[in-house]
Design a protein around this ligand. Structure first.
Ligand SMILES: *Cc1c(COP(=O)(O)O)cnc(C)c1O
Length: 490
């Protein structure tokens, strides 16, 4: 299977080279030439383990990998690093079914893809006979950074550099990143927001002279952001798996359709749900939930993408994003026209604004967009805990609130999966206060309070964070990101 750039300027001859490259030469994102069909029965699917589904799904997209290579990657990634044996538990609470994607090492759904990406990448490097060291550059709104650091720490032949917005991540997220161990890990706070950091990283990728200089030093850049197809495809697996599990428990009949709600930032996770439906999972609506940075809500409702707006720092920081990179892939699939995508993306670059064609608007009718502000998000956490005893993190609460609005306005009561994207402990301050626990000076007290109140153990990766040695202290300006990379790769 070939991989095309969404902007029409490059074709990669297989997944391995698309994964190593991360982003296409013409600044586009790699997409598979076609979305493969699942071609197994839903009855068979319902009996498969997480690992079996992951092998099936990833194997179909990454055809140039042998089945031994795929098995090695999947089995190495989804093992006892996860705190639950079934990897992705599905928990009914309130009106929905929560697909808990946060039982990996860093307590956010990013672990689902970033546990496997290092194996996919190192396998790809071997297959391609690539001799350069791979340098992973990553901008993070909080969760990707830590998950990428954990995934790549100590991986032979790689360096990993993470940029996070100085004031744009939670105390726990920051503590997780600045205490990261591993000689090949580098972490920088940048003075700016996530979009600034992401734009800075994309600029470095597109700087040909810089690439040449790195090449001379024996390095090649790649990305752990969801712009990398090696990150997106493993995420398709959990939607396929969850659908099978709903059949297995008798929640749905085979072939019945479900709704999927995703708290969305960069549009990667919800795009993975869309890919799962193109593979054959029956989905009625993709419900795209945003916080106050509701550029996607407006886009879905109007077909106009308008990033000319105030940026809000919220208590769901992993969704504080105005430029959702993966939307580019959806535009490509819906328009079927790389030149249209090219035009829209250059309008976005220059005007921070574009309007899609009627064809794309029609294609988007399977998406529903809604948002929740901080007040409603906190109320949702409180009422869900009081009435159902289920703890939501701030991101998942945004999703649940938007789903409740959807239910009210449509009365569409079919079974609905919600992507639960982070452990409530990761945002323990907001969660503790929302369920009525007393205020404290230290974010870390909230972890203990939350654990005592709920009877749930603090996840392994989050306990003891406050006493770990801080190893990464640099704070830099956006303009100095290039220099920072250069210094790491001496
Ligand atoms: C990254 C993240 C999101 C947003 O996911 P996208 O794929 O960027 O849309 C939502 N919630 C949490 C907790 C995250 O870490």
């Amino acid at each position: 299977m070939k991989y095309f750039s969404t902007r029409g300027g490059q074709i990669a001859d297989g997944a391995a080279s698309a994964i190593i490259q991360g982003i296409a030469d013409d600044k586009g994102l790699f997409v598979p030439e076609k979305i493969p069909a699942l071609d197994i029965s839903f009855e068979e699917l319902s009996e498969m383990t997480y690992q079996e589904v992951a092998k099936l799904v990833i194997g179909k997209f990454f055809e140039d990998f042998t089945s031994e290579e795929i098995s090695y990657c999947v089995d190495s990634a989804y093992d006892d690093k996860f705190e639950t044996k079934d990897i992705v538990p599905i928990v009914p609470a309130g009106d929905a079914l929560f697909m808990e994607l946060y039982h990996g090492r860093t307590s956010a759904f990013k672990d689902m893809a970033l546990s496997i990406l290092p194996y996919l990448l190192s396998t790809a490097v071997k297959k391609q006979g690539e001799e350069k060291k791979i340098c992973i550059l990553t901008a993070t709104s909080g969760d990707t950074g830590k998950a990428a650091l954990e995934g790549f720490s100590g991986v032979e032949g790689t360096e990993i550099i993470v940029f996070y917005p100085e004031d744009g991540v939670s105390a726990v997220q920051k503590a997780q990143m600045v205490t990261q161990e591993g000689k090949n890990t580098h972490v920088f706070a940048v003075r700016g927001n996530f979009d600034d950091a992401q734009t800075g990283v994309k600029k470095i990728f597109n700087d040909k002279d810089f690439a040449k200089m790195l090449d001379d030093r024996g390095y090649r850049l790649s990305s752990a952001n969801s712009i990398n197809i090696g990150r997106l495809v493993p995420q398709v697996a959990y939607y396929v798996y969850a659908y099978g599990q709903l059949i297995k428990r008798g929640t749905i009949a085979p072939r019945a359709s479900v709704n999927i709600v995703v708290p969305t930032g960069n549009f990667g996770n919800i795009l993975a749900a869309y890919y799962a439906s193109l593979m054959g999972i029956p989905v009625n609506k993709f419900i795209c939930a945003s916080n106050e940075n509701k550029v996607l809500t407006d886009f879905i409702n109007t077909g106009i993408y308008d990033a000319r707006r105030e940026f809000h720092l919220t208590n769901s920081p992993s969704m504080d994003i105005l430029i959702s990179s993966n939307l580019e892939r959806l535009l490509y699939h819906l328009s079927g026209d790389a030149s249209e995508v090219n035009r829209l993306m250059s309008e976005l670059d220059s005007d921070k604004y574009y309007e899609v064609s009627d064809k794309v608007k029609q294609g988007m009718s399977c998406f529903y967009g809604g948002f929740s502000d901080v007040t409603d998000t906190n109320k949702t956490i409180g009422s869900m805990y009081r009435t159902k005893g289920y703890l939501l993190d701030t991101h998942t609460a945004v999703a649940y609130k938007v789903y409740e609005d959807y239910l009210k306005s449509t009365c569409d009561a079919r079974p609905t999966l919600i992507a639960a994207t982070a452990s409530p402990f990761k945002f323990s301050g907001s969660v503790a206060l929302s369920i009525g626990l007393p205020e404290s000076d230290s974010e870390f007290d909230y972890l203990k309070m939350l654990s005592e109140e709920s009877g749930i153990q603090i996840p392994k990766g989050l306990s003891g964070l406050e006493t770990k040695e801080i190893r990464h202290k640099d704070v830099i300006d956006i303009e100095d990101m290039v220099k920072a990379v250069e210094a790491c790769l001496k």
